[in-house]
Design a protein. Structure first.
Length: 88
């Protein structure tokens, strides 16, 4: 997780530098590309973490059991929207 926080901190620093507006075009493009790579890497780590999250569910008899949290991803939501459009 420390790697994720480092990447996020690096991404925030890049955004701050770009927002200052005092960079050359070449440097701005280089930082933008670096920021996009960091953003994608952070997104993948978050998606991986979502897959590992579990919730406690109460079963019959009051026992607790860990179950995977069902998270609908953007891709799943888009597929659902596409199917709805097709049905109309």
């Amino acid at each position: 997780m420390a790697d994720f926080e480092r990447k996020l901190t690096d991404l925030e620093a890049i955004v701050e530098r770009l927002e200052q507006g005092d960079l050359s075009l070449e440097e701005s493009v280089r930082l933008f590309e670096e920021g996009m790579k960091l953003s994608e890497s952070c997104k993948q780590e978050l998606e991986s973490a979502e897959g590992r999250i579990q919730v406690l569910m109460t079963e019959g008899g009051g026992k607790l059991k860990a179950r995977d949290l069902e998270v609908e991803t953007e891709i799943d939501e888009e597929a659902d929207l596409d199917q709805t459009d097709d049905e109309e």
